[in-house]
Design a protein around this ligand. Structure first.
Ligand code: FAD
Ligand code: NAG
Ligand code: NAG
Ligand code: NAG
Length: 488
């Protein structure tokens, strides 16, 4: 499946988003140059090798590209050597953390593909109440490593998501209502700058760069580790309930009511309005940060007749792994986002309606899964930061990062899905605006959910001028411009 997907995307070039094939030969020379320059801690893999396939793999096959080689650096100094070589030879490259981006070219390339797997340590500092985590990890590993210490960090909500891209883009967690975005809990980065310098970046070492990297993704260099604040973590309650088509209206009502009425920051949900195998349905995730939720919070969801139910008191990682995560893994896919101010009943119902509308329509274009993640957060969720961040460009209004996820089979339909996801966001926002929700048309889309052609001006807004001046200082030759992603 993966091999086939790689082969077709290679043959078809770049139907979905990204650059044309300039031929791999010159890049192969660069790969050999890197192999000769790095230390024993690092390796280079070529097509045909097993670790090459592991290195270029993504959660969505449409984010895969054929690369000349995969480099697995083992130490930060080698990352600097690699950046020096790709920069001086002007070779396109990619940096991959957990490979969960939905956009081709963001962590894939025809040139030198850098996979960060070897940066895989979790170090807990009990005195400082911080954890240093490598950028090759996925959140499951981090939670598992911290659980014996009864602490946790603010990270991903479902299994398999990478810490690197997630954190560098912002990070919405089950713990966000209590502690903010993942970037709001960062105390430092280890950054390999484009000139090869390995730097510890903190608020006091370089406040502008620290600010710019919080949301600035791969624009400033390659991050090898994050230091995050830790918080006490015990057993949690929740899991997954699925519902069938006959109760969609009840679930929509319960979701809007939860969003309007629940103020306990330990409670969170994701309601996914899905269209799967020609059938509408819902995947309902419930979360409470404690062994038993207070009465009232989740009663409506528990009272609706379900199809399946896996809800219990459990460890944090067990809850994360209870989410449906990979029924569509390996298919083509994309995310997009419709920021809204509130999840009124009207907006929630519009998202359910969109899933029915596009689900039934796109099944004839090899659409396999059409999903709208309705994610309420408290209006106070952006108030937990000690220092400012580049994204979101304003915290005056805490827009909610509603997420679309569409999956499909055939690369011939890439454009159809792109257009549908763009139109659907417009429709949801039209409904919100008609209700009087203010500022939606200029609300900053969430970096990690936005389709590749969402304008960078919209995403970063008023942060852009300072982000650009920091960029000119840290990366004057725009080495990081050789890697894809949201470019400032
Ligand atoms: C199933 C699923 C669930 C998700 N759940 C959530 C969620 O709960 N909350 C949320 O906020 N988001 C969520 N997301 C979105 C997620 O944040 C993005 O997909 C993000 O890109 C994942 O990071 P990654 O490291 O896996 O991605 P990658 O594809 O590896 O990287 C994404 C971007 O980060 C850059 N990057 C990666 N590593 C580095 C590095 N070391 N240094 C510099 N740049 C780097 C890449 O170049 C690329 O541009 C989810 C996505 C999926 C597919
Ligand atoms: C959902 O809420 C609306 C508005 O309050 C109400 O008219 C409708 O009957 C509710 N639907 C269900 C299934 O309870
Ligand atoms: C999905 O997850 C299951 C359980 O973790 C795993 O066995 C399976 O290989 C995964 N499938 C894909 C396509 O990644
Ligand atoms: C459902 O969605 C479609 C497509 O966006 C739209 O044209 C239609 O008006 C919507 N219907 C309702 C009842 O909202």
């Amino acid at each position: 499946m993966l091999v086939l997907a790689v082969a077709t995307s290679f043959l078809l070039g770049s139907a979905y988003g990204r650059p044309s094939n300039r031929g791999l030969l010159p890049y192969l020379d660069v790969c050999h140059q890197i192999a000769g320059a790095i230390s024993d801690a690092s390796d280079v893999y070529f097509p045909g090798q097993l670790l090459y396939l592991k290195g270029v793999d993504h959660w969505m096959s449409s984010s895969d590209q054929n690369s000349a080689c995969v480099v697995e650096p083992g130490i930060a100094e080698d990352v600097g050597v690699i950046l020096g070589i790709v920069g001086s030879t002007q070779t396109p490259f990619a940096v991959r953390g957990g490979g969960h981006t939905g956009n081709a070219g963001y962590s894939s390339t025809e040139g030198v593909h850098i996979s960060m797997f070897r940066f895989s340590e979790v170090t807990y500092d009990e005195n400082a109440q911080t954890a240093t985590i490598g950028t090759g990890l996925v959140w499951d590993d981090v939670y598992t490593a911290l659980a014996p210490h009864n602490v946790n960090v603010v990270g991903g909500r479902v299994t398999g998501v990478g810490v690197a891209g997630f954190t560098l883009g912002g990070g919405f967690s089950w713990l966000t209502n209590q502690h903010g975005l993942t970037i709001d809990t960062l105390t430092s980065f280890e950054l390999v700058k484009p000139d090869g310098e390995v730097a510890t970046v903190t608020q006091s070492s370089d406040s502008d760069l620290f600010w710019a990297m919080k949301g600035g993704l791969n624009n400033y260099g390659i991050v090898t580790s994050f230091m995050l604040k830790t918080f006490p973590q015990g057993q949690v309650w929740g899991g997954l309930i699925t519902y069938t088509a006959n109760v969609l209206d009840d679930v929509a009502n319960a979701t809007a009511k939860f969003s309007a009425e629940v103020t306990d920051p330990k409670a969170a949900i994701i309601t996914s309005a899905n269209f799967l195998l020609a059938e509408p349905g819902v995947s309902q995730l419930l979360f409470y940060d404690g062994p038993t939720p207070p009465d009232g919070i989740f009663d409506d969801f528990l009272a609706i007749p379900h199809f399946t139910k896996d809800v219990s008191t459990r460890s944090f990682v067990s809850l994360v792994q209870a989410a449906p995560s990979n029924a569509t893994a390996g298919q083509r896919g994309a995310f997009n986002t419709a920021p809204v101010q509130t999840l009124s009943a009207g907006v929630v119902k519009a998202m359910f309606n969109e899933s029915l509308f596009w689900g039934s329509r796109l099944q004839f274009d090899t659409g396999s899964f059409i999903s709208y993640d309705i994610e309420p957060f408290l209006p106070s969720h952006l108030s937990h930061n000690n220092s400012p961040s580049a994204w979101p460009p304003t915290r005056d209004v805490a827009y909610l990062p509603e997420c679309l996820y569409f999956a499909w089979i055939s690369p011939l339909h890439d454009d159809t899905f792109h257009d549908a996801m763009t139109q659907s966001v417009e429709q949801i926002q039209r409904v919100a605006i008609a209700e009087g929700q203010q500022g939606i048309d200029t609300a900053p889309p969430y970096t990690n959910y936005a389709l590749f052609d969402v304008p960078v001006e919209l995403i970063y807004g008023d942060s852009l001028p300072l982000m650009r001046s920091v960029k000119a200082r840290v990366d004057p030759d725009n080495v990081m411009g050789l890697a894809g992603g949201i470019k400032i």
